[in-house]
Design a protein around this ligand. Structure first.
Ligand SMILES: Cc1ncc(COP(=O)(O)O)c(C=O)c1O
Length: 431
């Protein structure tokens, strides 16, 4: 199986985090997001421990909470003693509701309104990641109005193409994120921030892309950023304390994806940073990494109930399930690959090929094409694997379909982290 938290039980059904998925589907209903709390903790600890072992004191992972955001995940991150990044006032509010220590919260985003910035400051957000000249002015003005000094990072666009999907590629020079290094604007922005009396520049941030199996783009990013840090030191006399290299390490969606050990990747990145700093005669800065997908993706699966198996003679087979693009829009967005299993018949040969279709009134509502599984019957439970990242957080109510609950699995037991939406919830905002 693609992850060590998946097995086939003696009864022939799929087990996840040592629990029978078919029994969980019967207990909680479908569609259903299941999350393995132990796997989330293992993944974040892999980063935390490796960063503590190989990088200067104060180097910690920041969980990129856009990947999966609800109160419970912020509680877990607080318990694990790591930092978080938020990209919206909604994520900030949720983290606050969970009692997450706001001084360990980094506020990202390419368009923070004055209200967003004020909310961040009034809640004591540790650091704003500045994304444009307009934002530098806005954060300065709001900090001045409160007579505080606000810690900030500058997001720099390093001009690196990691060759992933164009929609998850964020570090090229013409990205909507950050301020470009190649054009000289990043250097101007540093000089501008240093002139602001209410901003305290802590260092620099970049994010080159996502679903990376090779660390090469991250190492290129580190080279570019460290060279920039050196140039800033020489030209402006400012030495960055923090280098934040963003997130991006990949996860196994299918058997074709390699197994990736995050502690090894962190060690590789750390060794590279130290070598480059030695060459540049630069003190090694505190390093931050912002993993999202690699913390939660492998900790999640989604269960559906099969409604119909339609065989279009001489063409193809469709298996329709009771969820779809509303709980997982990633195939519709960028043809993301997934592994699918007939959880009810996990011990049987996966010899039936079909397209797994959602229930929405939209031909593009496909969860995966060309899946192979034991031929299902109406009522079977189908599991889509590795759905812990960018599934629940991207879910919608299209076609007025209520969002599934998130059930956390822990120590052989389960609990509701997010309850199922009801039809009444769907009308709750209608006046
Ligand atoms: C600034 C930033 N940090 C971190 C992440 C998390 O990336 P990933 O989920 O690939 O680790 C993203 C994802 O888009 C991002 O834009």
């Amino acid at each position: 199986m693609i992850c060590d938290n998946l097995t086939v039980g003696q009864n022939g059904t799929l087990h996840f985090a040592r629990q029978d998925t078919v029994a969980l589907a019967a207990r909680y209903g479908t569609p259903l997001y299941l999350m393995d709390e132990q796997k989330i903790r293992e993944n974040i600890r892999a980063y935390k421990n490796a960063m503590a072992a190989h990088l200067p004191t104060g180097s910690v992972p920041e969980y990129a909470s856009k990947a999966f955001s609800c109160r419970r995940i912020y509680e877990i991150m607080a318990e694990e003693g790591v930092h978080i990044d938020v990209v919206s006032p909604g994520e900030l509010y949720t983290a606050k509701q969970a009692g997450f220590p706001m001084e360990h919260c980094f506020f990202h985003g390419n368009n923070k309104s004055d209200e967003d910035i004020a909310m961040g400051m009034d809640n004591g957000v540790g650091c704003f990641v500045l994304d444009s000249f307009d934002e530098i002015e806005a954060v300065e003005a709001l900090a001045a109005a409160r007579n505080i000094t606000q810690n900030v990072l500058l997001r720099v666009t390093p001009g690196i193409d990691p060759h992933t999907h164009r929609k998850i590629n964020t570090g090229t020079v013409d990205s909507k994120f950050g301020i470009a290094l190649q054009t000289g604007q990043a250097m101007e922005a540093v000089a501008f921030i240093l002139q602001q009396p209410h901003l305290s520049l802590q260092g620099f941030h970049c994010h080159v892309g996502s679903q990376l199996f090779d660390v090469a783009p991250l190492l290129d990013g580190a080279d570019t950023m460290l060279t920039f840090i050196k140039e800033v030191q020489t030209r402006l006399g400012y030495t960055a304390d923090i280098l934040n290299l963003g997130g991006g390490l990949g996860v196994r969606y299918t058997e074709n994806d390699p197994v990736i050990r995050y502690e090894e990747k962190v060690a590789e990145i750390a060794a590279h940073i130290k070598a480059v700093c030695a060459q540049l005669q630069l003190a090694v800065p505190r390093v931050m990494l912002e993993p999202g997908r690699s913390i939660v993706a492998s900790a999640g699966i989604t269960l559906y109930t099969v409604g119909s198996v339609k065989e279009v003679t001489d063409y193809k087979n469709y298996i329709s399930v009771n969820g779809g693009m509303t709980d997982n829009p990633r195939y519709t967005l960028y043809e993301a690959e997934y592994t699918v299993i007939n959880a009810s018949r996990a011990a049987q040969p996966a010899d039936y090929t079909a397209t797994l279709a959602g229930r929405c009134c939209e031909s593009g509502d496909i969860i995966q094409r060309g899946v192979s599984m034991a031929r299902p019957e109406r009522g079977d439970i189908v599991a889509v694997l590795t759905t812990g990242a960018y599934n629940y957080s991207m879910a919608s109510n299209y076609n007025r379909i209520p969002r599934p609950p998130v059930i956390m699995l822990r120590d052989g037991d389960s609990y509701v982290a997010v309850r199922r939406e009801t039809y009444a919830d769907l009308c709750a905002l209608d006046e």
